[in-house]
Design a protein around this ligand. Structure first.
Ligand SMILES: Cc1cc2nc3c(=O)[nH]c(=O)nc-3n(C[C@H](O)[C@H](O)[C@H](O)COP(=O)(O)OP(=O)(O)OC[C@H]3O[C@@H](n4cnc5c(N)ncnc54)[C@H](O)[C@@H]3O)c2cc1C
Length: 487
């Protein structure tokens, strides 16, 4: 069933007449709605009143006195049942109770539980907004949904369909071709960016909760980092797999069974958080989509060194997995850069396969687990260089050497045939810069229940949670439920 969002003041009830009556009485004026050519009422009152005109809205009892606009009640009664009707009103908090009482009295078939008090009506899920305020009409229209204006001089600048009264509105709504209306811009109540473990898990929950959701994934397949992981997964409860590809297969099976809605090769380019619109790119074509909630599950990517020669190495496809490619480097010199678990684990795998490993770490202290470190120190074919950092990767057609500098000694060069860069990960949070608060490392800051600093944007998974799939999956149901509560 379609949902109609109906504004209250000056749409269902006649606020202007009572409001202006109070002002005219105090200031001996003859203000009426026909004189308001813009939304700023203070421009049309006597200078001695100015913005005090808004104080009348805080007067106890004002809203209880308002009369319904002609035919408002009977039309709403007829539309109720054919549509879900929500009353959406922006208001001073002192008026909340009076507005509830007004609705209980005049619209008992809708009831006070179907009132939403909000200054951001474009964030509310619904198919159509019937309103008079130019900013609400404009921002709702920008989300790709239909905004209809109750015609007043002050909203003439907004380019949306307009009606003169409630009988016109009833005809308009009943004659609507809803399907055609929606095609101007795609909309999903929840858009999930990223089809890795966290995004997949959020989608499974959105599906289960019956939400209108859509997953966009920039890669050729769902699974995020999983297909590129060569190590065995021993920490995901209930599923033991030999590598990430196998775990991905389990996830894809689940997706096929649940008929999750997603688009591949579709990249998030930009977020317009004010109007709830994202720009996405699918095979060189850009388009816009509107959302009520955005769940960003864009994960992380390997951190790079940013030194000369590194990009050329990637471009030549000299990217190796210590698990899979170790045998290639038997009796060859290789460099492993980093001081965390992945660096140490890689160095050990390579050393055990017979390579001469140069482990380069820019600090004296290692983040890696102690057992890895102790074992690496015992391995004769691992040489550890601390306080040392790479300044360049050299080689014309393939890597042949690296230049190093140290905090303790002189710069030097090592002849190596491969470089394994294992300096940690960085979040793919580029599109969120300036949209929500990020920490110094670029991770999205979330509060204790995981919301970002923008109440319509949630960030999950490798973005926020640290490096375990189990945690990404575990948190995602909560965010999906969170969207459901608001939708
Ligand atoms: C070598 C290695 C071994 C690991 N081993 C383990 C392990 O044993 N156990 C464990 O629990 N975890 C392990 N992890 C960590 C695990 O892979 C991550 O925790 C998990 O993949 C994070 O899931 P995610 O969905 O948050 O992000 P990701 O898996 O990174 O997925 C993010 C997705 O978002 C997409 N995306 C990014 N930006 C955009 C955009 N702008 N538009 C559209 N899509 C976008 C990406 O293409 C990607 O598909 C390992 C990781 C690595 C690299």
């Amino acid at each position: 069933m379609r949902t109609l969002l109906i504004d209250m003041d000056s749409v269902i009830c006649d606020l202007m007449t009572e409001w202006h009556r109070r002002y005219n009485e105090d200031y001996q004026d003859d203000l009426h709605v026909g004189k308001l050519s813009t939304w700023q009422s203070e421009q049309f009152v006597k200078p001695e009143c100015g913005v005090k005109i808004y104080d009348y809205l805080k007067e106890p009892g004002l809203f209880l006195k308002l009369k319904p606009l002609p035919h408002a009640i009977e039309v709403l009664e007829r539309l109720n049942g054919q549509f879900d009707i929500l009353i959406v009103t922006s208001s001073v908090s002192t008026a909340f109770q009076e507005k509830e009482q007004w609705v209980e009295k005049h619209l008992p078939f809708i009831g006070k539980h179907n009132i939403i008090f909000s200054h951001r009506k474009n964030m509310i899920v619904g198919d159509l907004l019937f309103d008079d305020a130019p900013h609400n009409l404009e921002s709702f229209h920008l989300t790709g949904r239909l905004a209809v204006a109750m015609d007043y001089p002050y909203n003439h600048d907004v380019e949306v369909p307009r009606v003169q009264n409630w009988l016109d509105f009833e005809q308009f709504v009943l004659n609507l071709d809803w399907k055609r209306r929606r095609t101007s811009m795609k909309h999903a109540d929840v858009i999930i960016v990223g089809g890795g473990p966290a995004g997949i898990s959020a989608a499974i929950w959105c599906d289960r909760l019956g939400l209108d959701y859509y997953v966009i994934e920039q890669a050729e397949e769902l699974g995020g980092q999983l297909p590129s992981i060569e190590n065995a997964f021993i920490d995901y409860p209930g599923i033991l797999t030999r590598n990430g590809k196998e775990l991905q297969e389990h996830f894809l099976d689940h997706i096929r069974q649940s008929e999750i809605r997603y688009a591949l090769r579709t990249k998030l380019i930009e977020i317009n958080e004010v109007d709830h619109i994202i720009t996405i790119k699918h095979e060189e074509i850009q388009e816009k989509m509107s959302y009520a909630f955005l769940i960003v599950a864009a994960g992380s990517a390997q951190r790079t060194l940013g030194v000369p020669g590194e990009q050329a190495m990637w471009d030549r496809d000299e990217i190796y997995s210590a698990t899979k490619d170790s045998p290639k480097f038997k009796e060859k010199h290789v460099a492993v850069i980093g001081g965390g678990d992945r660096a140490l684990e890689g160095a050990l795998l390579l050393a055990k396969a017979g390579a001469y490993v140069h482990l380069i770490h820019r600090s004296k202290h290692f983040r890696a687990r102690n057992p890895f470190l102790l074992e690496a120190r015992k391995q004769k074919n691992i040489t550890i260089y601390t306080n040392t950092y790479v300044t360049s990767i050299n080689g014309e057609h393939h890597v042949s050497a690296i230049d190093l500098d140290t905090l303790d000694d002189k710069p030097f060069t090592l002849q190596v045939e491969a470089v394994f860069v294992r300096v940690g990960v960085q979040p793919n949070s580029h599109e969120l810069k300036g949209v929500v608060a990020l920490d110094e490392a670029g991770y999205v800051q979330t509060n204790e229940i995981g919301l970002t600093t923008n109440p319509s944007i949630l960030a999950i998974g490798g973005y926020t949670n640290g490096p375990l799939i189990f945690k990404c999956v575990h948190s995602s149901w909560a965010w999906s439920s969170c969207c459901q509560v608001y939708i």
